[in-house]
Design a binder for this molecule. Structure first.
Ligand SMILES: [Mg+2]
Length: 228
């Protein structure tokens, strides 16, 4: 649980394909348009359609959790909710800036011949829009956002990681995953990939380590420096 520990260097040295979670490690998706506001707007759309909202849906502040709830009980509503959420995520990332150190990491990976894939529960369209707006799309080989209309593709499912590895023809031992949530570590484990935890909030370091993260860092710059 240190910065540039030998284990972090070792993990990165052998990795030629970096799998990167988006919200947290690359940008704070909901910094400008809060998650709770997005969940509220999605609910507004459902109410406008004349839908009755179960209590669980009415109080959920995390729009991705709301999408899961909708999928659990009203799969017929998933395509519309996912599309509405995608539009709001695109609006949100337009208000957000890259996480300090993330740009440096993408450049360091390019310089050292490592490929980078985004693996995220967020919408691939929103990720692509953010990368294009930041002039970073040339540094990313592939974007693997949640499968539109299929929230079961979201982490902790390993599906998106497996698709990213297949696209780059890399094996799990040639990859490293960087994420900021326990579900990232779980998805990595299910895909056979070691995960570096990015603890960007108090208490996350313990949760990430307890989940089985191979290393934990407190800044994306630490990872960028280790790659450099
Ligand atoms: Mg994240």
């Amino acid at each position: 649980m240190t910065g540039a520990s030998p284990s972090l260097s070792d993990l990165l040295r052998r990795a030629r394909h970096i799998l990167l979670d988006f919200d947290g490690p690359v940008c704070s998706v909901f910094a400008g348009l809060p998650a709770a506001e997005i969940a509220e707007r999605v609910r507004g759309q459902l109410l406008a359609q004349g839908e009755q909202l179960p209590t669980q849906w009415s109080t959920e502040k995390d729009p991705l959790a709301l999408l899961r709830y909708v999928a659990d009980t009203r799969s017929d509503l998933v395509p519309g909710v996912d599309a509405a959420l995608t539009a709001l995520e695109i609006e949100a990332v337009g208000l957000s800036q890259p996480t300090p150190g993330s740009r440096e990491l993408l450049l360091a990976c390019a310089d050292s011949g490592r490929s980078v894939s985004m693996v995220s529960n967020n919408s691939g369209a929103a990720i692509t829009a953010f990368l294009a707006a930041q002039g970073l799309n040339g540094y990313v080989a592939g974007v693997f956002g949640r499968v539109p209309g299929d929230p079961s593709s979201m982490k902790p499912s390993p599906r998106l990681l497996l698709e990213a590895m297949e696209a780059e023809a890399t094996k799990p031992e040639q990859c490293i995953f960087i994420g900021d949530a326990a579900r990232d570590v779980e998805a990595g484990e299910a895909a056979g990939v070691a995960t570096i935890g990015y603890a960007n909030k108090p208490g996350k370091d313990v949760r990430l380590a307890d989940s089985g993260a191979a290393a934990v860092v407190y800044s994306m710059r630490t990872i960028a420096d280790a790659v450099t």
